[in-house]
Write a protein that binds this ligand. Structure first.
Ligand code: HEC
Ligand code: HEC
Length: 344
């Protein structure tokens, strides 16, 4: 460790020396390759490889900057969300969803593996792209506020090699931060790693979940507990306004009423449920899956038993077992880790 640190310091000194000697070095921008410290995502071997863009590698400095921006109300000083930080709405103890009645909000847990964002996937690409949307459209961040701040230019220079600070730079730092928000230490994960056990009821729920009996795994599969795809699960049979879902983006009638599959990690903490927050409890969600599915031409065929049109139909015991299993997906470390909380 100390050898590595010394190496980084030496690198920093060399880079500064070279930049200082060169006549062409821009006056204000400092070294273009900052002496950053690479950061590996700490996830189990059964997680998929994460795709990190070459022009925004994960670093200790970048994540720290993104974290500070996420918790800083300065970001909204002049925008339409005045007085808000991202974290004013997205709460760590709710897996970074927004505790607001009548709004379902997707968790930030493991968004590093997502390629479509928001319920209808209207922002697609990388985390950098959805962060640009948040910074430029939702917050309309006034970068001048950050440029004239006593600390931010130095922090941007250290993390991204620029103190110019464009909205793209702000998005890059936020993307690194959100990429760092991995959740993989629930009791269910510890069970998978042979580090812990589940109760008999949780195991029964798990078996329903991962077999044709409950059929949940087709869409909420391991290990992310989402297939990151879009499905119409039959919440409605008529689709207008915000219920049109993915159709609003693609114009394809097969996408009517289809929404992004939410991760079920930390699901016990993230009520209300579904894109419009129509269910308050997991019991209500189980009642829906058991017998409340509405038929329509775009209904996902998985939602009915093949050829019969009959939904799965679960006994009260089975529903309770599934709910018990869903509770084992809560990651206490993720929601209490001080490193993911406010730096202020
Ligand atoms: C006023 C409350 C509020 C603030 C402040 C806020 N958000 Fe959100 N955010 C929401 C709501 C509500 C949604 C769900 C919108 C939807 O899905 O249509 C959301 C959705 C998101 C999503 C989409 C998640 C996904 O998987 O699709 C991301 C990412 C996000 N916000 C990041 C941020 C960032 C970064 C900031 C700060 C720049 C921020 N939010 C500030 C309320 C807020
Ligand atoms: C065909 C794919 C599919 C299957 C099968 C499926 N789900 Fe879902 N699930 C989804 C989608 C898509 C949503 C979001 C729907 C919406 O909001 O319109 C969702 C939402 C949920 C939610 C609410 C999540 C939140 O953040 O609001 C829970 C809980 C849930 N599903 C549990 C289950 C369980 C348990 C099963 C098995 C009985 C199951 N799902 C089967 C695709 C599926």
């Amino acid at each position: 460790m100390s050898g590595g640190k010394a190496g980084v310091l030496l690198m920093a000194a060399l880079v500064a020396l070279v930049a200082g000697c060169s006549k062409d070095a821009p006056l204000d921008h400092g070294p273009m390759v900052p002496a950053t410290t690479p950061l590996q995502l700490d996830v189990p071997a059964y997680f998929p490889q994460v795709d990190i863009p070459a022009d925004n590698p994960l670093t200790v400095e970048g994540v720290a900057l993104g974290r500070r921006l996420y918790y800083d109300t300065l970001l909204s000083l002049h925008g339409p969300r005045q007085g808000k930080a991202c974290a004013s709405c997205h709460h760590q103890d709710r897996a970074f969803t927004v505790p607001s009645p009548g709004t379902g909000v997707l968790s930030h847990a493991n968004l590093a593996w997502s390629t479509h964002f928001l319920w209808d996937g209207r922002v697609s690409g990388k985390l950098e792209d959805v962060m640009r949307f948040e910074v430029e459209d939702f917050f309309q961040v006034d970068v001048q506020v950050l440029r004239s701040h006593p600390e931010y230019p130095g922090l941007f220079r250290k993390a991204l090699g620029t103190s110019e600070i464009t909205s793209g730079d702000v998005a890059k730092a936020l993307a690194q931060w959100v990429r760092r928000l991995t959740s993989s230490n629930s009791r269910f994960d510890r069970y998978l790693r042979y580090e812990g056990i589940l109760s008999a009821q949780e195991l029964s729920g798990m078996n329903l979940f991962f077999t044709e009996a409950g059929d949940c795994f087709h869409c909420h599969g391991l290990p992310l507990m989402t297939d990151n795809a879009f499905h119409n699960i039959g919440l409605d049979s008529v689709f207008t306004g915000a219920n049109a879902g993915r159709f609003a983006v693609t114009g394809n009638p097969a996408d009517l009423g289809a929404f992004k599959t939410p991760t079920l990690r930390n699901i016990a903490l993230t009520a209300p449920y579904m894109h419009d927050g129509r269910f308050q409890t997991l019991e209500q969600v189980m009642d829906f899956y058991s017998g409340g599915v509405h038929r329509s031409p775009s209904l996902d065929p998985i939602m009915t038993k093949p050829g019969t049109g009959i939904t799965i139909g679960m006994s009260p015991q089975q529903k309770a077992d599934l709910v018990a299993f869903l509770h084992s997906l809560t990651d206490e470390q993720f929601i209490t880790d001080p490193a993911l909380g406010s730096p202020f």
